[in-house]
Design a protein around this ligand. Sequence first.
Ligand SMILES: N[C@@H](CCC(=O)N[C@@H](CS)C(=O)NCC(=O)O)C(=O)O
Length: 216
Amino acid sequence: MPSVEIIGFAPSTYVRVARMVCEEKSIPYELKPAAPHAPEVMAIHPFGKIPVMRHGDFELCESKAIATYLDLTFPGPRLIPTEPRLAALTEQWVSLVNTRIDGTLIRTYLFAYIFPKTGDGQPDRKAIDAVAPALAEEIGLLDRAVAKGGYLAGDGFTFADINLMPILYYVRNFPEGAAAIAGGKALSGYYDRLAARASFQNTTPPPPPARQAKPT
Ligand SMILES: N[C@@H](CCC(=O)N[C@@H](CS)C(=O)NCC(=O)O)C(=O)O
């Protein structure tokens, strides 16, 4: 079987999601670094988003579609359950995270720190303060969700958890996000438990720019 190529750069949460699927299922894969809108990305994703995937002559975009393809094509643990309720709950949490929570936690909160529109490169305090209530509310929602069974969908590890963990990884690097996650007992325990998985450890991205700039 030809090897799987995941195309996109390592800091992207969605690229990490696709890589974690490969890791969880022990799928041999190659990470081909590419920025959004690079020609090799545009050739596969109509809007130039990463990740995109190539497997032999099959090309695919969108992280959830890539995960579904890999889960159905390769042996190893099923990450998207087949039992109808668990399958639907997995889909539900992927949708909630991708259509709302990613926007709050990554595109608004994280980006106000690492890609601020302040001109002097300093964190965008106005944007951070404006998004702080939504951040706290959505972290609270996630905390209540994982308090039930220890995972987002039912009481076992699924693709819904893979889809969330790369987001939490970044959020906890900044003060308001770290405080919100630490304040949610269930969510902080969940993070620590899942962060120990090899799939997470093996896909750790380089530090975000704001931290690279700080002397350590
Ligand atoms: N719905 C897409 C979202 C992917 C996405 O937004 N990727 C970001 C990087 S984390 C990106 O390519 N951003 C560039 C852009 O939106 O133009 C998926 O699930 O794959």
